[in-house]
Structure formats: structure tokens, C-alpha cells
Design a protein around this ligand. Structure first.
Ligand SMILES: [Zn+2]
Length: 220
């Protein structure tokens, strides 16, 4: 099962990826994570990536693609994988296709799952988050409020809204995300690979729908 998960920050795709990966016994390939891993291992591409990260720059496509290529070719990915957070741009998607064609054997991507939540709802989800600067516990003013308003259940610390979670910041991030991702959606739609999942419903319902859309590729 070779899958790509697309979704804006705050749609809950990481949770869904974790669950499906565990059920199917395939790795969840998160680019952020494998970047950090390959930096730690001191692999050649990892060293290159580290130079950019140390300088506070975005790691260029060719480095990210090289790292994903090594990962996907590894034995742990022989039965499939879930790409989570990659590709992020059309250029990366095209490079991924070329790479999977060259590699042969393993085959191409079977499903691209887009987890859909309207932007206004994402802003509500993310801007309702409050975190404790002392113990890092995260709350949500609507879905998971602390027992005493504005104070951490665990340590009593005063809760704050992280800069990343301020509505105007969330809106700006979503705008960048939409600009980068809408060409990807078109790209995969044209190839007949796009599967849309309504991610506004409860987590278990999202997971049910996810299983329906990926089931055709399940083999005995
Ligand atoms: Zn706390």
C-alpha cells in the first residue's frame, strides 16, 4: 500500500497516518522526521541537509527528494508506506514520480488521500489551542478545556496561546499551504489518484472513510 497523505496543518492527518500505519504494518514516512534521522546518522544527504537547517534555511527539493528516495528503497518500505508531509510542491511530486519509475519493482503511488477541512474550521481548531509553557501540556478552549480557565491542570501554570496558533498566523500559514498544494491536488486528480476524505467529522469516522478509500489496494 503506497499512499500520500495531504492535508493542511490542523486537519489531523498525522493521527490518521499513525493509526493506518500501525494497522497495515507499514511505516509512516514523515519527511521532517527522516530529515532529523538522517542528520543524526550522518548520512551524506543528512549532512547536506544539516548545513541548510543549521543556517535556518529550507532544505532544497533535491536534498529532500534524495532522502525520501533512500527511505522508500529501504526494506522496511517493501510492503508499502505512507508519505506524510511529502510531496509539498508540484516539483517534488514530479520528482517523486520519476524516482518511483526509475526504481521499478515497487511501483507507483496507489492513492493520494486529501484530508479536507474548511479553512475557517482549521482556524477555529488551531486558534483555540492553549499550552502550558512549564509542562508543555496542550488544551483546547472548546474541545479539551482545563478545569480552571487559563490554568494548567497538571502544574497550575498560566496557559498561553503560542504565536503559531494566533488566528492571523494560522490564516497566513493556510494561505501558503493552499498556494503550494492546490497544484498538487490538480496533478493527482488528473492521474485519477486523488481520494477526498471529509475530516470535519469525529476521528473514528474519518478513519472509517480512510479505510474505505484505501481498501481497493489491500491484497491478501
Ligand atoms: Zn503545566
Amino acid at each position: 500500500m503506497r499512499l500520500i497523505f495531504l492535508g493542511a496543518p490542523g486537519v489531523g492527518k498525522g493521527t490518521q497516518a499513525q493509526r493506518l500505519a500501525a494497522q497495515e504494518g507499514i511505516p509512516q514516512v514523515s519527511t521532517g522526521e527522516i530529515l532529523r534521522e538522517s542528520v543524526k546518522q550522518g548520512a551524506p544527504l543528512g549532512r547536506k541537509a544539516k548545513e541548510y537547517m543549521d543556517a535556518g534555511k529550507l532544505v532544497p527539493d533535491e536534498v529532500v527528494i534524495g532522502i525520501v528516495r533512500d527511505k522508500v528503497a529501504a526494506t522496511e518500505c517493501a510492503r508499502g508506506y505512507i508519505l506524510d508531509g511529502f510531496p509539498r510542491t508540484l516539483a517534488q511530486a514530479e520528482a517523486l514520480d520519476r524516482m518511483l519509475q526509475e526504481k521499478g519493482g515497487g511501483g507507483g503511488i496507489e492513492h493520494v488521500v486529501s484530508f479536507d477541512v474548511p479553512n475557517a474550521e482549521i482556524v477555529r481548531r488551531l486558534s483555540g489551542r492553549r499550552s502550558c509553557p512549564t509542562c508543555q501540556t496542550v488544551y483546547h478552549v472548546e474541545h479539551d478545556p482545563p478545569r480552571r480557565e487559563g490554568h494548567c491542570n497538571k502544574c497550575g501554570g498560566a496557559l498561553v496561546q503560542r504565536a503559531d496558533d494566533k488566528p492571523e498566523t494560522v490564516e497566513a500559514r493556510l494561505k501558503v499551504y493552499d498556494q503550494q498544494t492546490s497544484p498538487l491536488i490538480d496533478y493527482y486528480q488528473k492521474r485519477g489518484l486523488l481520494r477526498r476524505v471529509d475530516a470535519t467529522v469525529p476521528i473514528d469516522k474519518v478513519y472509517e472513510r480512510l479505510q474505505e478509500v484505501v481498501r481497493p489496494s489491500r491484497r491478501p
